[in-house]
Design a protein around this ligand. Structure first.
Ligand code: SF4
Length: 436
């Protein structure tokens, strides 16, 4: 056996880059994974599953699957996209930027709506950034400088398990040599989470009252009067937490879907950014969304430079339009405005409302995914592909917008295509069909 070092974990937006993977000498078998958290290790090990699907499949009338060739899958996908008036091409968060770029060209050629998983997570954060900008930083700066950490509506202990040990609460950095003993940690969450249990302060905000509490922080920074209780928190605790933040040398606010997808949505993030801006009157402060999929940030980057918008990009009129609420996947599906669905690198079957999933089931649909998922179960064609970051490399963007080159550590099953290869074939076939 041999050990591959400095391997990147293609699971969450933390994109840990210190994994060690033991593979057989011929590079065909992956045997052990070191340094990853449980979910990261499982992703690598799952590539070795004996029951892994290795050939494309098409759903039959009776609901059963029939194995088809990659050529047939390419033909179905190309025909589906060219026949449709307005196809939805959704996902793009669990693949590399190279595949995202080819997918974007297909979207442009067929006039699709391109949307990624930000549509149900940090899309609201992106809207807020467009509204008022964002004072942010890298995770390296957090590790080396931050002595006040605020987690708002996120639970990294479960969603980003090594975030706290590598970047936020525990690591010893250049100016943070005392590790967690030199830091103060505040968690704002309606629930007593595992992250809250390691914090110095847990503010148990009333569900859906984040906007009020963020606003109260801005009042407290200025030392002005607050009502006795705001969002379920006594004012003394708010003044105290505000002082804790102001007295730090470097404050970082991390936030998650508890604020982006609860009452107030993008306005919560406007206010959280305003809190950060206000804090910079007293000390240095930055704010960062806790991005989930390992390359959702990259798909926003790729579309940002290609189309000017990070998600919900409607190309059906031959130019890029962006109007969240209108050009977002769930709105389009539920209003019957798309007539074919292509999914790659995401699982809307597990995360969209049932009414949207049913619409996917009713339409011509293709799911490109190494795993069997609730989405593959409702799609007409399932195309298994190599695992990005395990069986093929490529660029991914960490949650702080730092691009990192992922690594191939093991060979994919024989004859299996990568996302990028499959998409390149589909693009070529689409162009052929359009030329006929
Ligand atoms: Fe992978 Fe995220 Fe776990 Fe790091 S924290 S090992 S990137 S799943």
């Amino acid at each position: 056996t041999r050990t591959v070092t400095d391997v990147i974990c293609p699971f969450c937006g933390t994109l840990c880059d210190d994994l060690e993977v033991v593979v057989s000498d011929d590079g065909k078998e992956l045997l052990e994974v070191y340094n990853a958290c449980a979910i990261g290790a499982e992703k690598f090990l799952h590539s070795q599953a004996k029951d892994r699907i290795t050939r494309p499949r098409m759903r039959q009338e009776d609901g059963s699957w029939k194995e088809i060739s990659y050529d047939e899958a390419i033909e179905y996908t190309a025909r589906m996209l060219t026949d449709a008036k307005k196809p939805l091409m959704y996902g793009w968060s669990s693949t590399n930027c190279e595949a995202q770029a080819v997918g974007s060209e297909i979207g442009e050629v067929v006039g699709a709506v391109m949307d990624n998983t930000a549509t149900v997570c940090h899309g609201t954060s992106l809207i807020a950034v467009q509204d008022i900008g964002i004072p942010s930083c890298t995770l390296g700066e957090v590790k080396n400088r931050a002595d006040r950490i605020l987690f708002w509506g996120c639970n990294p202990a479960h969603a980003h398990p090594r975030h706290m040990s590598r970047y936020s609460i525990f690591p010893r950095g250049f100016f943070t040599g005392k590790g967690h003993t030199g830091r103060k940690v505040i968690v704002v969450d309606p629930r007593p989470t595992d992250t809250a249990s390691v914090a110095d302060v847990h503010l148990q905000v009333e569900q859906g009252r984040d906007y009020e509490l963020l606003n109260a922080f801005r009042v407290a920074f200025k030392g002005e009067q607050l009502p006795d209780v705001v969002a379920g928190i006594p004012k003394e605790k708010i003044y105290e937490a505000a002082e804790t933040l102001k007295s730090g040398r470097f404050v970082i606010i991390f936030f998650g879907m508890g604020v982006t997808q609860s009452l107030g949505k993008n306005h919560n993030i406007d206010e959280a950014i305003a809190v950060t801006r206000d804090l910079n009157e007293y000390t240095k402060a930055a704010i960062m969304p806790m991005r989930g999929h390992y390359n959702v940030t990259g798909s926003g980057q790729v579309w940002g430079w290609l189309f000017g918008f990070p998600y919900a990009v409607d190309l059906s009129r031959g130019f890029a339009r962006y109007n969240p609420g209108e050009t977002t996947s769930n709105d389009l599906l539920r209003r019957d405005e798309v007539d074919a669905v292509f999914v790659l690198g995401s699982d809307p079957g597990a995360h969209f409302p049932f009414s949207s999933v049913k619409k996917i089931y009713d339409r011509p649909s293709v799911a490109i995914d190494p795993h069997e998922t609730p989405t593959t179960e409702v799609c007409k064609v399932h195309v298994p592909v190599a695992f990005v970051g395990v069986e093929v490399g490529g660029c991914a963007y960490r949650m702080d917008n730092v691009p990192i080159e992922t690594r191939k550590v093991v060979e994919p099953p024989e004859g299996m295509m990568t996302d990028e290869e499959f998409l390149k074939h589909v693009l070529a076939r689409v162009k052929e069909i359009q030329g006929e």
